[in-house]
Each structure stands twice: as C-alpha cells, then as structure tokens.
Design a protein around this ligand. Sequence first.
Ligand code: SME
Length: 163
Amino acid sequence: MTVPARATTPALLQIEAVLSRLAGRQALEEVCRFLRQSFVHYPWVGIYRVEGSDLVLDSWDGPQATEHTRIPIARGICGQAVRENRSVVVDDVRSDPNYLACFLETRAEIVVPVHHEGRVVGEIDIDGNSVRAFDASDQRFLEAVAAKLGPAVVASGAEPHPD
Ligand code: SME
C-alpha cells in the first residue's frame, strides 16, 4: 500500500503537534497510536531505543504485545537497520532469514532508524499484514517522521549506538 502524498503533510504536522505537547515516552506512545490510527496498513507500530548493544522496546500500539522487548543489535531486521544505519523494507518476512517472528499475521516489515546528533538512537518498526505492504512512499514518509523523533527517543533513555 502507499502513503498518499496528500496525507504526508497533515500527518507530519500532527506529529509535530504531539511532540510540542508531550515529551519522551508519552510523546512516542502518542506517535505510535497516531500512525496506527491514521494508516490502515500499519497494524502494529513500535519504537525501539538503543541501549548499549541492544534495542529496547520503548513504545508501541497494536492488537498484541510482542515478546521482543529487547533485541540484540546483532539480530533481527530491527538490528539490521541499526547495523547498516538505513531503512530496511522486507516485502515478505517468510523469505528473510534475519526475521524474528512476533505475530502470526505479519507478512511484511519496515524499520526506519531514528538519529540524534548524527548517531542512531532508535528506530520505528512497523509490521504489516500483507506481502509487499510497504513501498517507497512509506519509507519516505516514515523517514520524515523519524527525523522528528530524535530528542523524544533520547529523552526516553536512549544511549546512542557507538559506531
Ligand atoms: N520482526 C522484528 C522483531 C520485532 S517485532 O516485529 C515487533 C525483527 O525481525 O527484528
């Protein structure tokens, strides 16, 4: 699916409004809720923060909790996005050997790093329920969202990844 161009600016303005009203984890929880509510193809939205050599689940919104609340940066698609310092889009999780399974419904995943002062401090992780759920418009949009989240992720306790 896609994020229509006409939806991008209003969504980013909403996120800015959330970030001016709330700080740290409260802000991130609200951002997760907003993204899930606004885009039907974002059924599970999480934000992880970097803590030493791990990613720690900071905030999430979705139908179920994940058991992956702490993921070594060495593992998973979540770890890959930090190691390679880039967004990772997986069209079909069943054919990616890096994938750490969370939910039976998940068929695609997108992970976008969050930076602060040039370092990776966390990431947005979205699980989709259909193969190829995410395209370049999702990546562009979520990179624009991630560009706003650095201070909130740091306020929530992130320790930058030492690269
Ligand atoms: N699938 C992720 C683990 C986190 S859950 O999707 C919430 C991964 O492969 O790193």
